[in-house]
Design a binder for this molecule. Structure first.
Ligand code: ADP
Length: 765
């Protein structure tokens, strides 16, 4: 159905309009629906704009003929239909997919149709072309960018409040970084996307960007893409532009660095050494006025009563002001200026401890230093001790009057000692040895004395080296006229220590003493010989006196007065006594000068024999003799018999007149220490037989205990108790001849106890 319209009036106006204008009227279907619109009028601009229709558009239909293009005609139709049906004008846009540009259209109901005015795409095209080019460049940049770029537009409610954002644009990279596809971007709002990546809490920050225009930035790990993303967000129109950067590598690196620095810190903290770094603090003119701690490990922090975190950034001179005066501050400046590392030791005296430290200062860069401190107190004290000991040893060596030298043996391939070399010798050793210093310390033993390998001294040294047993020797050194005592000890497998002592004086004294002893022995022997000779020779004249006195008495007998007969008796008695004395003296000197042969003697047998000899007296005096078990000793049979004979007969002789004598003889073994108490000297034997002869006789004052053992010494009168005073002297001599000792204990009226010690022969040291 066509409607005829007078177009003449409008034609002129429409023709001169700069924009393309179409007037279309509806085309109804059979059932009365609007199927299409037909162009009833088109101006020249419109015909030009849609030049592909080649000529006037009039009579062409929107849908059927595809105005303005096949793909846009339906949309166009819809808009036109809406305007026609509602009567309300509408502005709408038709996007031209091919060119990417758009057509802005204004449609208004006009008479029985719709007037559609289109902004002329031709005049727009030039500008659009330019923009298109620029846009293409930009697009290409954006599409090829490594960064994800997205633009969101605000979605507002009635009160103009932003409630969400809608995607306006995003590039491909964006999808890869966020893990969201194009479709998802289109379908989901920004809030939903944030929810999807677990970052909803950041939503308000985006609103803030749009509202305040302040840009923001944030980092996030996006699980969907497995990437770390840095988003920089700026306001753009009524929305925001976000630039997404992949910082995964950077993040991994950062994490690695953090781990490394944690490890480094751990190592530094675990270090027993103190480590810290300082950065110079300069004044305006560039002069260093202080240092700040950049880093300090635990050791240092503890030393300064702090912790590593607190120390960082602190001023050194505030914490340790004394570093200014003690030179450390200047030292740090110096190392920083000339770059040469510095190392030294220092003794720190603090309230808590006194310690030695070894420290090093190393320049790290133009402004900072690294200082390490090591507590070396233990090593230092040990070194000082060693030095002290060395000094002491040096002094001992230097001032010792004894020569001390250390020799190192030289071995052949088989390990046999073939020579030796002195490696250390003090002055005294060199003086004492008589070997010139230049030889002593440079030549080997065989070079100094080629004969040494065959000497007994060398053999002694070898034995000491092998067994570790020291050996001593003495020798007279001709060149120095000195007697030396040399003692050789083993220091270790290859070293021996030799100590030379000048014993010239000792040796002189010894020789003197030996000479004196020799003289004494000789004079004693002379004396003993004299005693023997005298007593022996005296016997003959005494015998003669006795004989002649007897003869004289017999011939004078009848004429002798009583007085004269008495005098003859006195002469006779004196002669008898003199004979006794001379006999006893002879006996004594016999014991003294005759070093008789010794044998093993069973004292049990010996005592029995003595008691047999004394049987008469024992019976006369009704004496009791009790003998215990006695040992076997080594001695001279005759002398031992004399010893016991004298002791037992004295026990019987010096008995109380009214009490029958009782003598007990007992024996036991005692250690040398017990004997030393009474012998007052150190002894040659470990054990002794202690034989005790105890009587119940008259006894004597203890003060005479020594006296009674001297020749001719008697305590009791001869009228009462006969005797010569030689018996105990013989006893003592016999005991001495047997390397024994004798003592006596007594008191008047309480008997006497004689104790004899004989060495236990097998216990010889
Ligand atoms: P003597 O021939 O006089 O007995 P000894 O040398 O045997 O000479 O003794 C010296 C002196 O020691 C004796 O004279 C006596 O005074 C005293 N004496 C010796 N043995 C005993 C004893 N068992 N009891 C008391 N006195 C003793």
């Amino acid at each position: 159905m066509y409607t005829t319209i007078d177009t003449t009036f409008h034609e002129g106006i429409l023709e001169i309009l700069p924009d393309p204008v179409l007037w279309v009227t509806p085309v109804y279907s059979v059932i009365g629906n609007i199927d299409d619109f037909e162009v009833q009028f088109s101006n020249k601009k419109a015909d030009d704009a849609l030049a592909h229709f080649k000529g006037s558009l009039m009579g062409l239909r929107i849908k059927r003929d595809g105005i303005p293009s096949v793909d846009l005609c339906t949309t166009n139709f819809q808009h036109l239909l809406k305007v026609f049906e509602t009567g309300e004008g509408e502005e709408f846009t038709l996007y031209l997919k091919k060119t990417g540009s758009s057509l802005e259209a204004l449609a208004k109901k006009y008479k029985e149709g719709v007037l559609s005015i289109i902004r002329d795409p031709i005049w727009q095209r030039e500008a659009e072309k330019k923009e298109e080019k620029a846009n293409q460049v930009l697009e290409s940049i954006v599409q090829n960018s490594y960064n994800g770029i997205l633009m969101y537009e605000s979605m507002r409610d009635e009160s103009n409040k932003i409630v969400d954002f809608k995607i306006k644009y995003h590039n491909q990279q964006c999808n890869e970084l966020s893990g969201y596809s194009d479709k998802e971007r289109q379908e989901l709002t920004f809030r939903q996307i944030l929810q999807g990546i677990g970052a909803e809490s950041f939503f308000d920050r985006y609103i803030e960007v749009v509202e305040t225009g302040k840009r923001t930035q944030r980092e996030q790990y996006v699980e969907r893409s497995g990437k770390w993303i840095l988003s920089s967000i700026v306001k753009l129109y009524d929305g925001f532009l976000a630039m997404l950067t992949d910082i995964t590598e950077h993040k991994i690196l950062q994490e690695l660095l953090q781990q490394q620095s944690a490890i480094t810190k751990g190592i530094l903290d675990a270090s027993l050494n103190g480590i810290y770094s300082l950065i110079a603090v300069r004044d305006k003119s560039g002069v260093i006025v202080d240092f700040n701690y950049l880093f300090a490990n635990k050791v240092i922090a503890e030393f300064l009563d702090s912790n590593p975190e607190q120390l960082a950034g602190k001023s050194m001179l505030t914490l340790i002001p004394e570093n200014k005066e003690n030179g450390f501050f200047n030292l740090f400046c110096e190392v920083l200026q000339n770059g040469a590392p510095f190392r030294d030791q220092v003794y720190f005296v603090t309230a808590r401890s006194n310690k030695w430290f070894e420290y090093s200062i190393v320049k790290m860069n133009e402004e900072s230093l690294v200082v390490t401190l090591q507590d070396i107190s233990e090593q230092k004290y040990a070194t000082l001790k060693i030095e002290e000991q060395k000094a002491m040893l040096d002094n001992i060596l230097k001032f010792s009057s004894s020569g001390i030298s250390v020799s190192e043996v030289i071995r052949n391939k088989e390990g046999k000692v073939i020579d030796a070399r002195t490696v250390l010798a003090n002055d005294a050793a060199i003086i004492n040895s008589g070997i010139p210093k230049e030889l002593y310390l440079t030549k080997t033993a065989t070079e100094i004395d080629p004969q040494i390998l065959t000497s007994s001294y060398y053999k002694g040294v070898l034995n000491t080296l092998e067994t570790g047993e020291p050996f001593n020797t003495r020798y007279f050194l001709q060149p120095t006229s000195k007697w030396l005592e040399v003692s050789v000890s083993r220091m270790d497998h290859d070293h021996i220590i030799t100590i030379f002592t000048d014993v010239t004086e000792v040796r002189k004294n010894e020789l003197q003493l030996e000479k004196l002893v020799e003289e004494l022995k000789r004079s004693n022997a002379n004396l003993e010989e004299f005693t023997y000779a005298a007593s022996h020779d005296l016997k003959e004249p005494i015998r003669k006196i006795g004989t002649f006195t007897n003869q004289l008495k017999s011939s004078l007998q009848p004429k002798l007065s009583e007085r004269e007969a008495y005098l003859f008796d006195r002469i006779e008695n004196s002669t008898i006594r003199m004979t006794q004395l001379v006999d006893d003296l002879l006996e004594y000197s016999h014991v003294t000068i005759n070093p008789s042969a010794t044998e093993r003697i069973d004292l049990n047998d010996k005592i029995r024999k003595v008691l047999d000899d004394l049987e008469l007296v024992i019976r006369e005096k009704s004496a009791i003799v009790i003998v215990g078990k006695l040992p076997v000793i080594v001695g001279n049979r005759r002398q031992i018999q004399q010893l016991f004979q004298n002791l037992i007969s004295n026990g019987l002789k010096y008995s109380k007149s009214d009490v029958p004598p009782e003598i007990t003889i007992t024996s036991e073994v005692v250690p040398a220490s017990k004997v030393e108490e009474c012998a007052h000297q150190s002894l040659l034997y470990n054990y002794y037989h202690k034989i005790v002869i105890k009587d119940n006789g008259i006894g004597f004052e203890q003060q005479y205990a020594d006296k009674i053992f001297q020749v001719f010494q008697r305590l009791h009168g001869k009228a009462e108790y006969q005797g010569t005073g030689v018996g105990l002297a013989i006893v003592k001599k016999v005991v001495q001849n047997n390397n024994g000792f004798i003592t006596v204990q007594s008191e008047p009226g309480a008997g006497a106890t004689f104790i004899v010690y004989f060495p236990q022969e097998e216990a010889l040291l």
